[in-house]
Design a protein around this ligand. Structure first.
Ligand SMILES: CCCCCCCC(=O)CC(=O)SCCNC(=O)CCNC(=O)[C@H](O)C(C)(C)COP(=O)(O)OP(=O)(O)OC[C@H]1O[C@@H](n2cnc3c(N)ncnc32)[C@H](O)[C@@H]1OP(=O)(O)O
Ligand SMILES: NC(=O)C1=CN([C@@H]2O[C@H](COP(=O)(O)OP(=O)(O)OC[C@H]3O[C@@H](n4cnc5c(N)ncnc54)[C@H](O)[C@@H]3O)[C@@H](O)[C@H]2O)C=CC1
Length: 320
């Protein structure tokens, strides 16, 4: 028979709070991944605040979400386009935006971070949020390659910190890797698994190891494709076609690099190379470095250029 003490009442109530379904989600970073995560969370009835560093970026993110929702609605409501339009508007109503992460986390159950792949920047963000968020709030990072424990170390909520690694494009890709770092509590891990299922995704459990499951296999493969091309052993086009038609992949490695973003790919490789400099699988690629230095980031380049142009226009003397 268990005795009820003040201490276990407190822990029972905090575990009940953790078990309660996640309803309000703050997504930080409105780029490729954050916009997709916000879209899927809002589509499944969650109340979402999407945070980024400027109103211009948030406007672009919201436009992107609307366009993606329209694609989903076109298929889902093929017979009844008016229901599709109502669906798009209903989902958009579930999303609000902000440039002030610290103030919006005060009422949130879960923070999902999808900002730039840089340990220090992520730690600074979570360190600030930790002081503002309620005790029950779970923190999760969508990092592709950084240890969850390292990101969590800037907070005092190691037990309520885990990884939620989504795949691009988030509205289409069914997988979520749920990462349990050594200090992540079982309750937090279970809550993240439940949340992934509530999004209609298929979660898999991962340890906090470099690249988790998918990227530990995918990154060396993609880099090997780049090296094969750098050695002059195949054109980018032939390598893509070969992997699509010969291995049944939906995209070839170059098409996928373009889709993921060359900057993010470089952040991942540089980070792993720094930690494991003798591992030939993580050796930097001169071609990738050159393209990133030239600002050629892949599919997102047009988006970034467009945004910079908008910002230049907004900041130009005629507009001030
Ligand atoms: C070296 C370092 C590397 C670092 C890597 C780290 C990155 C990570 O941490 C983890 C990752 O995310 S890795 C990337 C994982 N993603 C993939 O592998 C995607 C592979 N591609 C696909 O599955 C399909 O091409 C795909 C599903 C994208 C598109 O399908 P299709 O090929 O059939 O092409 P479409 O004809 O364009 O699309 C068919 C229909 O799909 C819907 N759709 C596609 N994109 C959408 C989106 N963004 N939003 C909403 N709906 C979307 C849509 O219904 C479309 O039909 P239409 O609307 O009629 O065109
Ligand atoms: N691109 C991909 O295919 C995938 C990326 N990831 C991971 O997701 C994260 C985000 O990647 P992407 O969406 O591709 O990057 P992205 O470059 O498209 O978007 C990042 C966004 O974060 C914003 N941001 C940067 N610092 C911020 C801060 N302190 N506060 C608020 N917003 C801030 C930027 O303005 C930008 O809009 C990275 O950790 C990446 O490794 C994970 C799965 C797939």
């Amino acid at each position: 028979m268990a005795f009820i003490t003040r201490q276990n009442i407190r822990s029972l109530s905090s575990s009940a709070a953790l078990r309660a379904a996640i309803k309000h989600v703050t997504v930080i970073g409105g780029g490729l991944m954050g916009a997709g995560i916000a879209q899927v969370a809002a589509s499944t009835g969650h109340s979402v605040v999407l945070v980024d560093t400027s109103e211009d970026i948030l406007k672009k993110s919201t436009k992107g979400i609307e366009a993606s929702l329209k694609r989903v609605a076109k298929k889902k409501f093929a017979e009844k386009p008016e229901d599709g339009e109502a669906f798009v508007q209903k989902v958009l109503k579930n999303i609000s935006t902000s440039t002030d992460a610290v103030s919006v986390v005060q009422g949130t159950d879960l923070v999902v971070e999808a900002i730039v792949e840089n340990l220090k920047v992520k730690q600074d963000l979570f360190g600030a949020l930790d002081k503002a968020a309620p005790e029950h709030t779970i923190f999760a990072s969508n990092t592709s390659s950084l240890p969850i424990a390292d990101i969590a170390s800037s907070t005092a909520r190691l037990d309520r910190f885990g990884g939620l690694h989504f795949f691009n494009p988030v509205p289409m890709m069914k997988l979520v890797e749920v990462i349990k770092a050594p200090a992540t509590s079982q309750q937090t891990f279970d809550a993240l698994l439940e949340f992934s299922k509530a999004l209609g995704k298929h979660p898999v459990s991962c340890k906090d190891t470099p690249g988790f499951i998918v990227n530990r296999l995918l990154v060396p493969y993609m880099l090997e494709a780049v090296r094969l091309h750098e050695r002059g052993h195949g054109s980018k086009e032939d390598i893509d076609v070969a992997m699509k038609l010969g291995a049944g992949y939906p995209m070839g490695p170059f098409e996928l690099l373009d889709y993921v973003g060359l900057d993010t790919s470089k952040f991942i490789i540089d980070g792993w190379h720094e930690k494991d400099p003798d591992n030939p699988l993580f050796a930097p690629s001169p071609l990738l470095n050159k393209l990133v230095a030239e600002g050629k980031l892949g599919k997102k380049t047009a988006w970034v250029r467009n945004l910079l142009q908008t910002q230049n226009v907004n900041n130009s003397p005629e507009n001030t």
